[in-house]
Design a protein around this ligand. Structure first.
Ligand code: F6R
Length: 367
């Protein structure tokens, strides 16, 4: 049932080329310039006319929501707020006419997310679900939605659901942007063409970096702390990389926007601190190069996820993991792959059952 893999977690990481193809199947056809999410159609106009989008989720799903914030703002020019479901539900949140809520949940059963959906509904909001488990409670409570079609995710650490959630949010943002005219038809064509190459690029990365990351994991299995730094679209990936490491290897890790370093965490840097940079060549690249230099000057041990052909960061880092280029908005789906593998391989040295880390449950149905 693990398909020859030692753990479900690794199997699910390697399933991503397929799960991402499944997320797009029947929805995108780049040659025909076609992108439709069937489950959205009935309420799509609400999203197009939204004054604001509120995205709700917990854990990894909340991280996917943060990527969604960048996507909706970039492509659809709609302001977005991303909220922990648990915080949202216990405040007295302001929900106005014209607000649209998107709830993200792999299991569709997370108690806080479900309660937040019910609360928003009681205040008159239209709610979209982005879920994996078909027929679960959250999709039943929402007005409309799109499944990510990742297939069963058994490892407690969410991997293929995260990339599936981002893929569905990307499709939503592109549909809305096209309908609103915030992206031109030619840009739209170019973007969906690129999006359909993502599963192949994920497949390429998995095979290219697997043994290198095993080696890096050996090298860092004794570390007690890690920092993950990214900017822009890859700031949420820094958070996700840190969460993956914490939950399956029990190593303390924090993710930060790279520019926040100088506001405190830089005090932690010494020759024992591994720092993982997520630094593809995008609009923030030059800024992140300076951040890498700041860490280097303080002797931090630098691991960097960069694009193939990178020179500047390669010269500074102890290890660089090279991935192919894509549009900056799609890069989180690629950059998170090496981070999932890194957590997994470090965890295999330290933890009995990577699929079932201590104290965690696959779906958190209690608050
Ligand atoms: C992280 C993880 C958790 C879940 C969170 C939300 O790997 O598994 O942080 O992401 O409990 O779960 P869902 O998406 O089922 O609502």
């Amino acid at each position: 049932e693990k398909g020859g893999f030692p753990h479900f977690t690794l199997k699910e990481i390697f399933e991503q080329p397929k799960s991402l193809r499944d997320a797009m199947r029947g929805r995108i056809n780049a040659e025909k310039n076609h992108l439709v999410l069937g489950g959205l159609i009935e309420y799509q106009q609400k999203l197009i006319n939204a004054d604001r989008i509120i995205i709700l989720g917990c854990g990894t799903s909340w991280h996917a929501g943060l990527v969604g914030e960048y996507l909706f703002e970039e492509f659809a020019r709609i302001p977005v707020e991303v909220e922990y479901a648990s915080e949202f539900r216990y405040r007295n949140p302001v929900i106005r006419e014209g607000d649209v809520v998107i709830a993200i949940s792999q299991s569709g059963e997370t108690a806080d997310t479900l309660a937040a959906v019910e609360l928003a509904k009681s205040k008159g909001a239209i709610i979209f679900g982005v879920c994996n488990v078909v027929g679960s409670s959250i999709p039943r409570a929402t007005h409309a939605g799109a499944y990510i079609h990742a297939g069963p995710e058994i490892g407690v650490a969410s991997t293929k659901a995260f990339t599936g959630q981002i893929t569905v949010l990307t499709m939503m943002a592109l549909i809305i942007g096209r309908a609103k005219g915030t992206i031109t038809e030619s840009k739209f064509q170019e973007l969906i063409t690129e999006l359909t190459t993502i599963p192949d690029k994920v497949e390429y990365i998995l095979h290219k970096v697997d043994s290198q990351i095993k080696y890096i994991a050996e090298e860092f299995k004794g570390a007690r702390n890690f920092l993950y730094l990214g900017r822009g679209f890859n700031f949420p990936v820094a958070l996700e990389g840190a969460l993956k490491l914490k939950e399956i290897s029990y190593i303390h890790a924090e993710g930060y926007p790279a520019a926040e370093m100088k506001h405190g965490p830089i005090a932690l840097i010494d020759e024992n601190m591994p720092v993982v940079f997520i630094a593809p060549k995008d609009s923030t690249y030059e800024k992140i190069v300076s951040n890498v230099q700041e860490i280097k000057a303080r002797k931090g041990r630098i691991i960097a996820v960069v694009n193939e052909g990178d020179k500047e960061i390669k010269d500074l880092a102890e290890f660089t993991i090279e991935i192919p280029q894509t549009h900056e908005a799609f890069s989180p789906i690629l950059t998170v792959i090496p981070l999932q593998l890194l957590s997994y391989y470090i965890a295999t040295h330290l933890v009995d059952d990577v699929d079932k880390p201590r104290n965690l449950a696959k779906s958190v149905t209690v608050e």
